[in-house]
Design a protein around this ligand. Structure first.
Ligand SMILES: Cc1cc2nc3c(=O)[nH]c(=O)nc-3n(C[C@H](O)[C@H](O)[C@H](O)COP(=O)(O)OP(=O)(O)OC[C@H]3O[C@@H](n4cnc5c(N)ncnc54)[C@H](O)[C@@H]3O)c2cc1C
Ligand code: FES
Length: 272
């Protein structure tokens, strides 16, 4: 694991997303599906991002500005510097004979680099709107479907070696349909290297830190054991109301609009 201050080379709009291109300095791009922790200006904790593009002297990240950290990162300008740590975690297994990339929304972020490393295999990408689908231009050989059509509706009968990234329901549906599919999953991550246990998910009857054993996994992984707190009052509020000591707060993704406060935002309230 390496950590360096990288400088912004460019920040380009792609549909509703931003492609943030950073000078690579001494950082390695790693394996597609691995991730980097990017400092979020004005916030205490960094945020995890998949590497999207890896030209010779750059590392590029596709950013969906959905909250305070991603908004701060999406607002960086050429010449700005941020600390970047990585590559982290386990990426995709590239030893596949008939790859098919299957992704949805911002989940296509690791595919441009993955496609390059796999020799531009076919891809099946799903988006909510045509505006979001502009990001498909980053992925060669892509077939695009728009809501209400789902990528799982368009999966071929014999999909081959599926490598997938996207929302949890999409990954769950693929896991049911395609045995052995490689799935890049997500969980809230505060450290990115195994120290905070914020990314623990249920896996094979036990628990695993997704930042160490993933984010790319094959089957057997359910969501965060604290996801039942989604959209509910935070555990801190609930326990305070019950007259107990507050417990650590954990709230998972509610929806992209009308979000519940996130664990990271909760930690950072009052400090930024
Ligand atoms: C391994 C990994 C790779 C990622 N790669 C990318 C990427 O390439 N591009 C990109 O735009 N985003 C990526 N993300 C998601 C990104 O890290 C989060 O959107 C970001 O941390 C949110 O921070 P925020 O302060 O903007 O929003 P917050 O206020 O922290 O969160 C906004 C909402 O999203 C939820 N949320 C936050 N982080 C996650 C998460 N990791 N999983 C599920 N729900 C979450 C919150 O609970 C809240 O509802 C990745 C996440 C992981 C774990
Ligand atoms: S993000 Fe800290 S242990 Fe995984």
């Amino acid at each position: 694991m390496q950590s360096e201050h990288l400088h912004v080379v460019a920040n380009e709009p792609i549909g509703p997303y931003r492609l943030l291109r950073l000078g690579r300095s001494g950082l390695r791009p790693g394996t597609p599906g691995q991730f980097f922790m990017l400092e979020a200006p004005g916030r205490v904790l960094p945020r995890p991002f998949s590497l999207c593009v890896a030209p010779t002297r750059e590392l590029g990240f596709l950013v969906d500005p959905i909250g305070p950290g991603t908004h701060a990162i999406a607002g960086l300008e050429p010449g700005d510097a941020i600390r970047v740590t990585g590559p982290l975690g386990k990426g995709f297994d590239l030893a596949v004979s008939s790859p098919l990339l299957v992704g949805g929304g911002i989940g296509i972020a690791p595919f441009p680099y993955l496609s390059e490393r796999l020799g531009r295999p076919p891809a099946l990408l799903g988006f909510r709107t045509a505006h979001h689908a502009e990001a498909a231009a980053l992925v060669p050989n892509a077939e695009v479907v728009l809501d209400p059509t789902l990528v799982t509706d368009a999966l071929p009968a014999e999909p081959g070696d599926v490598l997938a990234c996207g929302p949890e329901p999409m990954l769950d549906a693929i896991e049911e349909r395609v045995a052995g599919a490689q799935l890049a999953r997500e969980a809230p991550m505060a450290c990115g290297y195994g120290a905070c246990y914020g990314c623990v998910v249920e896996r094979d009857g036990g628990y695993a830190r997704l930042c160490v054993e993933g984010p790319v996994v094959r089957g057997g992984t359910a969501g965060s054991p604290t996801s039942h707190l989604l959209c509910a009052p935070t555990s801190r509020e609930a326990t305070a109301a019950a007259g107990q000591s507050p417990a650590p707060t954990m709230v998972a993704r509610a929806s992209e609009e009308g979000q519940a406060p996130s664990p990271l935002s909760s930690v950072e309230d009052g400090t930024s």
